[in-house]
Design a protein around this ligand. Structure first.
Ligand SMILES: [Zn+2]
Length: 299
């Protein structure tokens, strides 16, 4: 039973990793470390469970018929029985009576950890050779220039977009997809955001929510460079500019608008530490922050 369950967990993790690699919507919905953490927890659970669920029957270590034939009796019989009750260790030849916990909990646990580590390694290698860092330098340079152009239009001055591969400026640690100094000329985006925009521009691939987020991040940093510091206000302007940026990078106006509206809807759900990014109440059609008060579409 337990052995089957851990096989299921390992199979489940493998399938998830494969799905995660190929379905970009899944990538944006679930961080990859989560299934690994769950799998690790379950392996640990099975491992400790194997000891908790001590076998209900202990092996019969009494004399085997062949021994009795040879020796007639077994002087250590009592001692062995005593030992068996306290120091049970499953063995290969136990399986005919032994069902339930894996026969080798330690081995099973180590195998489980090995599979998890191997999958993480494969994932790391695939991810390194795909995505932004998988692009050659010239493609990266062309794409960066294109994104800089778009940001410059929004910022209304010449600015530069850099895709920060070092992770030193943007990334998971800073909990930010992009960073820019207010009124400055350089903004840094995560390789993930850059790659989503690259795919949209050069491969005409739009992964709905993720593409929308990437457009919003680019426009957001551009508005910071333009001189707006308030996060909510910046985001309100960004979602409106994002429609044009998306259109120029290859989306239809309708799709681009839909993506920005989706971002606006998600923005309203921001709470806690991210609530400063929530757009102000006057971020609506005809409101004080409407960049095009003459039109009825928003953003
Ligand atoms: Zn910001």
């Amino acid at each position: 039973m337990l052995a089957q369950r851990s096989t299921l967990v390992r199979l489940g993790l493998l399938l998830f990793v494969l799905a995660w690699l190929f379905a970009s919507d899944l990538r944006s919905a679930i961080p990859i470390w989560l299934p690994f953490l769950v799998a690790l927890g379950l392996e640990l659970h099975f491992f400790t469970g194997a000891f908790r669920e001590a076998p209900s029957r202990v092996p019969d270590r009494g004399p085997q018929p062949v021994d009795l034939d040879l020796y007639g009796y077994d002087p250590e019989e009592e001692e062995l029985d005593d030992l068996a009750e306290h120091d049970y260790e499953p063995e290969d030849d136990d399986d005919y009576y032994y069902e339930g916990p894996p026969r080798h909990p330690v081995r099973s646990f180590v195998v489980g950890l090995g599979i998890i580590a191997a999958l993480a390694l494969v994932l790391g290698l695939v991810d390194r050779n795909s995505g932004w860092s998988g692009l050659d330098d010239s493609k990266q340079a062309v794409a960066s220039r294109r994104l800089s152009e778009e940001a410059s239009r929004v910022a209304e001055k010449r600015v530069t977009i850099r895709c920060d591969e070092s992770g030193g400026r943007v990334g998971a640690v800073q909990h930010a997809d992009g960073i820019a100094f207010v009124g400055g000329t350089v903004a840094y985006l995560t390789p993930q955001v850059c790659f989503d925009l690259y795919r949209l521009t050069y491969k005409h691939e739009a992964a709905s929510n993720r593409t929308g987020r990437a457009l919003a991040v680019l426009a957001h940093e551009a508005w910071h460079l333009r001189g707006v510091s308030d996060e909510g206000r910046t985001e309100c302007y960004a979602l409106q500019s994002g429609v044009d940026v998306g259109r120029r990078l290859g989306l239809s106006t309708g799709t681009s608008r839909r993506l920005m509206r989706q971002q606006l809807a998600e923005n309203a759900l921001r709470t806690g530490s991210t609530s400063e990014y929530r757009v102000p109440p006057d971020c609506h059609d005809g409101g004080a922050l409407d960049l095009h008060p003459d039109t009825s579409s928003f953003p």
